[in-house]
Design a protein around this ligand. Structure first.
Ligand SMILES: Cc1ncc(COP(=O)(O)O)c(C=O)c1O
Length: 492
């Protein structure tokens, strides 16, 4: 049957639900907004409640005979060149765990770039998979990690031929890409699947000037947050599958373990609508975003003290292989302010919210949702920031370790360290102990410490100096880092 991308099964089913005036005696209890607190209705608007219907037995019938979700997923798979697509309403945090669980089981090995997101580490903790860490490519001057090379995956497979597959994050939240085709070839030579955490790549399939898309590059599973670079609502994520190394039924079963039985029809609708928008007009829309990003990058580069990281900074021998220009990463080293100070100033003084923040950078993500008005506001705010910077306190120094110092030894399975007996020790006595928790600077969300690693002074110094400089650490048991949770009875 010919694929018709003008259709949007979830949106159509929602419209039918309203048009037919269906009366539900099921969740959600707000009953099409009627029961919701008027003050809540005023802030959220009734559209949120009207679109919030039960998926099975609401959007579709009791036995899902209209195949509403299935049809929407099939259309998405076609639009992004996958064999199968699965929608998730629990973010890529769920999708990436489902992908991992479909490839490896408890005590089996998975090769993983150490620049993985904290959701991957949670997947290790829950599953008992043994990570074989693959070294990212470090830019020691800029203190930035780019995805590992194919050669690093090759070496890791040679050392661990029993590994069940590999996982690579590409693009990174900074916009740096891996050579996915080469990494996929490394995996496929051994008959092993490649998972790509492409949470930041929802837009990639839709314009030839963007870095290569995992499905086109031959990956087996790829995970994408449609809410990050696409038009989906927060938590809207998809994962795609192709080839015969992972069985679709098994991937669905593993996802089912983690999923909710009450998926949000609103989130499904956002995914469905994004696919239609992109399938019909993706290249034109993304072309506009690329043009706008290029203009904005050039204009920011003109601001004294600011430097926009470009392809020449990120790509080349020993660095990344691909580059997405939409995350506009601005190095503030020349201004003498930290990313944390800059982000706070922009939000408080100009109402402009930056995305990434680290000790020397802020990121401003440009998407197809921007236009010259929004980028004009951004530019004006950045110029004012440059003007105000000399009056800001000196940026507190963050003791960023060298790449070699940043890596700690994984001495215990993440699951065993996380669930085993643990104790909280004062930070000064934590070096040499085995971490029993994750400690993650956020964003971008790559754990500096993960369960089972033996803690070292340089990493603890990095975190405490980062904390003092304004780094956000959402996950340690003591966010102030007065104490650290470590495996009990292991005094180093
Ligand atoms: C690389 C990467 N993978 C996975 C995730 C999790 O995505 P989500 O926020 O959709 O759960 C993120 C979120 O920031 C991410 O940066």
């Amino acid at each position: 049957m010919a694929i018709d991308h003008t259709r949007a099964p979830v949106l159509e089913a929602l419209a039918d639900y309203r048009r037919e005036g269906r009366l539900s005696f099921t969740p959600p209890g707000h009953k099409q907004a009627r029961g919701a607190d008027p003050a809540v209705r005023e802030v959220l608007g009734d559209a949120v409640f009207l679109g919030d219907v039960l998926a099975t037995g609401g959007l579709d019938d009791r036995l899902t005979r209209d195949r509403v979700l299935q049809r929407a997923q099939e259309l998405m798979a076609d639009a992004v060149h996958a064999d199968h697509t699965f929608f998730s309403t629990c973010g890529s945090s769920l999708s990436v765990k489902a992908a991992m669980l479909a490839v490896a089981g408890p005590h089996e090995k998975l090769l993983i770039g150490r620049d993985a997101h904290k959701s991957v580490v949670s997947g290790l903790v829950l599953s008992g998979i043994e990570p074989v860490w693959v070294e990212p490519r470090w830019d020691a001057e800029r203190h930035l990690a780019h995805p590992p090379s194919a050669a690093e995956y090759e070496a890791a497979f040679a050392a661990h031929p029993d590994a069940r597959g590999a996982l690579v994050t590409s693009p990174t939240p900074y916009g740096a890409g891996a050579d996915l085709r080469a990494v996929a070839e490394v995996c496929h030579r051994r008959g092993r699947p490649l998972i790509v955490d492409e949470a930041w790549g929802a837009h990639l399939p839709f314009h030839p000037d963007l870095p290569s898309w995992a499905m086109d590059a031959g990956a087996d599973i790829c995970v994408t947050s449609i809410h990050k670079m696409g038009s989906g609502l927060e938590q809207g994520s998809v994962f795609h599958l192709q080839g015969d190394l992972v069985e679709p039924g098994l991937l669905g079963m593993r996802a089912d373990l983690l999923s909710t039985t009450s998926p949000s029809a609103l989130i499904y609708a956002g995914l469905d609508g994004w696919r239609r928008q992109m399938a019909l007009r993706g290249q034109e829309i993304m072309g506009g975003a690329l043009e706008l990003a290029a203009e904005t990058r050039a204009a920011i580069e003109e601001i004294d003290g600011m430097h926009v990281n470009d392809r020449a900074d990120f790509c080349g021998p020993g660095l990344a292989d691909g580059f997405d220009p939409l995350p506009v990463v601005i190095d503030l080293d020349g201004l003498g302010v930290s990313g944390y100070q800059a982000a706070d100033w922009l939000r408080e003084r100009r109402g402009v919210v930056a995305h990434l923040t680290d000790h020397r950078r802020i990121g401003a993500q440009i998407t197809h949702g921007d236009d010259r008005e929004t980028t004009g506001e951004l530019l004006a705010a950045l110029k004012e920031l440059a003007h105000a910077a000399p009056g800001l306190p000196d940026a507190p120094r963050v003791a960023v370790p060298s790449p070699a110092e940043l890596r700690m030894e994984q001495v215990r399975l993440p699951r065993d360290a996380f669930f085993g007996p643990a104790e909280d020790v004062p930070l000064e006595r934590a070096a040499g102990r085995i971490a029993a928790e994750m400690i993650t600077p956020y964003p971008p969300g790559i754990p500096a410490v993960l369960p089972g690693e033996r803690l070292t002074e340089p990493v603890l110094r990095y975190l405490t100096s980062g904390r003092d400089a304004g780094m956000f650490l959402p996950d340690p048991s003591d966010p102030a880092l007065g104490t650290v949770r470590v495996a009990a009875g292991d005094a180093g």
